[in-house]
Design a protein around this ligand. Structure first.
Ligand code: TSB
Ligand code: ZN
Length: 650
């Protein structure tokens, strides 16, 4: 019998019969390994364990201990889900069903809408199929055969996928033995050996999706789920999910009356309610103050401009899809700005600059508009109208590094004050293949990314590189924060730009008396007010530290008799620049305490006869409860101190 040599991860090698499978190899190593094997890898390609070894190769056997296998498990669970759905609802047609970062989804076409009640039924069916321990076999078909089969089943989306992606031979994976499967999917694989491996899964939600992700195509229904190797891991995940749901800024934003989204205004256009607006104002004041200390100059500029301005900047060519459509005005076309840079450039240009003036740092809490697709909008974290803590620094090339460092320091300072401790750095580069989305100038891109790399290296900060995440005009250093579920978004950003200065012919007079081109650094330190507020809501679960709390203390008179003293206390605290409410309602004080506790007001100040007589307040903390009675002046000073020092711990 012909043999081939396989090399194992430990460097050893052995001869195996040509055509024997990865599973045979696992068995020859040990029965436990064979039992644990989820998939194999032949020369780096992940394959199902039933795959024959046809040539000399490096072979690995992967178990649930290997990070690559969780995705396989989830992909197999997506198949199981689709199989169950079609058994229960045979009229359903299949879209795609990939694994995702924390689970999987499958897209379906079906005349009737799935309801949340369907999920447990589908799950039950999945469990039933899983317990039959049916094999997931790889089968190869001639293209014509598989098209015929899918067409006969009315699987028009599968036919389209096979036409798009399939070669002459088309690879499918079954559920059930290859000779007589109960279900079949066109799929890149690989999969677990059999359905019995799927023991810890859960369907989570239903959402809308478009075929091939384009709103021009038909609407599909997407079922999301997740899967783990052990029930314990699934439990932990669901627990975290529950915790995240409790902190979800959309939920907390509603409960604490921070913001609302009204259909009459439109999706992605939140209304800031008084308490949310207070937090936003605190953030705005905070960052403007920091910037003033650092030599930024604050400006105001309109939220729209003529289309020509964005043609000149390149937004029209490269960023058009993300802009609101232009509006016709008498003889000109105007458009809502998607970024503030062009306005700031015109402000820079409005006077002559010498090398001695640079850097010029033009800052604005600039409102901008982006046509984010409806499917990606979310509360305050991804919106269509947003106000960015923006600035554009116009500097000489020899000043880039220092300016970059100063911005980075400001980011770190702000995060410390806001209580943000977990973040990572991402160097966002262009996607070289996508000529449409990025300015085409290789030298400029190389230079820009080199400058950012050097700046990061000299600060000794670690970063990951992300192709395809740059701005159209240049690379970015993005600072990424993860929410409770581990989903990352960009918050702070520092961008080096040689394109816009050249596009607008910007100049400064150098020491040599000649005209030179400045470099632009675009930077957002605390991101948009919307996105940062969404993060802070989730970070604190609504229990904001004193310096960010919309209401820092609430005064609770025990009865009508104490209203007058309560008003005096309130006025005094307010005179001390503290944000204080008074609850004069005719309710029992305990009921009031419960309510303000739920509203997460840091301090509740109960006042009755004794307090009125002694000029004191009875202090209650939302988390630590009764703090005893304190002279009013003492409590005022205490609260002011927490506020001024921006203490974030309770
Ligand atoms: C920094 N021109 C630059 C600016 O000078 C710019 O606009 N950069 S940006 O496109 O990266 O956007 C800046 C920041 O805005 C992002 O880093 C992100 O934190 C925030 N942001 C972007 N899109 C949205 C959105 N749809 N909703 C909320 N915040 C957003
Ligand atoms: Zn900009």
């Amino acid at each position: 019998m012909e043999t081939v040599k396989v090399t194992l991860p430990d460097g050893s090698s052995r001869d195996v019969t040509k055509g024997s499978t990865v599973l045979d190899l696992a068995r020859s190593i040990g029965p436990r390994l064979a039992q644990a094997a989820v998939v194999g890898s032949i020369d780096g390609e992940l394959v199902e364990v039933g795959r024959p070894i046809e040539r000399a190769a490096a072979v690995r056997i992967l178990t649930n201990k290997d990070s690559e296998t969780l995705e396989v498990l989830r992909h197999s669970t997506a198949h199981l889900c689709a199989c169950a759905v079609q058994e229960l609802f045979p009229e359903t047609k299949l879209g795609i069903g990939p694994p995702t970062e924390d689970g999987f989804f499958y897209d379906f076409e079906r005349p009737t809408k799935f309801t949340p009640d369907d999920l447990p039924k589908i799950e039950e069916k999945m469990r039933e199929i899983a317990q039959r321990d049916l094999p997931y076999d790889r089968v190869l078909f001639p293209k014509a055969d598989v098209l015929k089969k899918f067409a006969a089943d009315g699987e028009h989306m599968k036919c389209e996928l096979v036409e798009d992606k399939g070669g002459a031979t088309v690879q499918c994976y079954t559920i059930g033995p290859a000779a007589n499967p109960i279900w079949l999917d066109f799929c890149r694989g690989p999969h677990v050996p059999s359905s019995g491996r799927l023991t810890a899964f859960k369907l989570l939600s239903i959402a809308g999706a478009y075929w091939k992700g384009s709103e021009k195509n038909q609407q599909l229904q997407r079922i999301y789920g997740t899967a783990f190797f052990s029930p314990k891991d699934l439990e932990d995940y669901l627990q975290r999910l529950e915790d995240a749901r409790r902190r979800d800024h959309r939920r907390v934003g509603k409960d604490l009356e921070l913001f609302t989204v009204n259909e009459a205004v439109g999706a992605g256009l939140p209304l800031w309610l008084p308490h949310g607006a207070t937090i936003r104002r605190i953030l705005e004041d905070y960052i403007v103050e920091r910037e003033r200390e650092l030599g930024y100059q604050h400006v105001y500029s309109p939220d729209l401009a003529k289309v020509e301005l964005y043609k000149r900047s390149g937004h029209w060519e490269h960023y058009h899809e993300d802009m609101f459509p232009a509006m016709q005005l008498e003889n000109e076309q105007m458009v809502l700005r998607p970024m503030n840079c062009p306005h700031h450039i015109l402000i820079y240009e409005s006077k002559k600059h010498s090398y001695r003036d640079l850097p010029v740092r033009i800052a604005e809490l600039g409102t901008m508009y982006r046509y984010e697709r409806s499917g990606v909008l979310s509360g305050l974290s991804r919106v269509r109208c947003m106000t960015l803590n923006d600035a554009h620094i116009f500097c000489r090339p020899d000043q880039i590094k220092e300016e970059f460092t100063n911005v980075m320091r400001l980011v770190e300072r702000s995060y410390r004050d806001l209580g943000i401790t977990k973040y990572s750095y991402r160097l966002s580069l262009r996607d070289k293949a996508n000529k449409e989305k990025y300015v085409d100038n290789d030298e400029m891109w190389e230079h820009g990314s080199q400058v950012l790399r050097e700046a990061m290296d000299s600060l000794n900060l670690p970063y990951v590189e992300a192709p395809g995440e740059a701005a159209f005009y240049g690379p970015k250093l993005d600072i990424q924060l993860a929410d409770v579920m581990g989903h990352e978004e960009t918050y702070s950003t520092i961008q080096v730009d040689f394109h816009l200065p050249s596009q607008f012919g910007l100049e400064y007079v150098g020491a040599d008396g000649k005209e030179h081109q400045p470099v632009m650094i675009h930077r957002g330190v605390i991101s948009t007010m919307e996105r940062m507020t969404s993060y802070l809501i989730e970070l604190y679960g609504g229990a904001f530290p004193v310096w960010l709390a919309p209401v820092q203390a609430v005064v609770l008179p025990i009865s009508d008799k104490h209203t007058e003293y309560a008003r005096k206390v309130t006025a005094e605290l307010r005179a001390g620049k503290l944000r204080v409410d008074i609850d004069e309602r005719n309710e029992k004080v305990n009921a009031k305490i419960r309510e303000h506790q739920l509203q997460k007001v840091p301090y509740m100040l109960v006042v009755g006869d004794r307090e009125a007589q002694n000029g004191t307040v009875s202090v209650r903390h939302r988390k630590h409860g009764d703090q005893g009675s304190k002279p009013l002046a003492e409590f005022t000073a205490f609260l002011q101190d927490l506020d001024h020092r921006r203490v974030t711990t309770e």
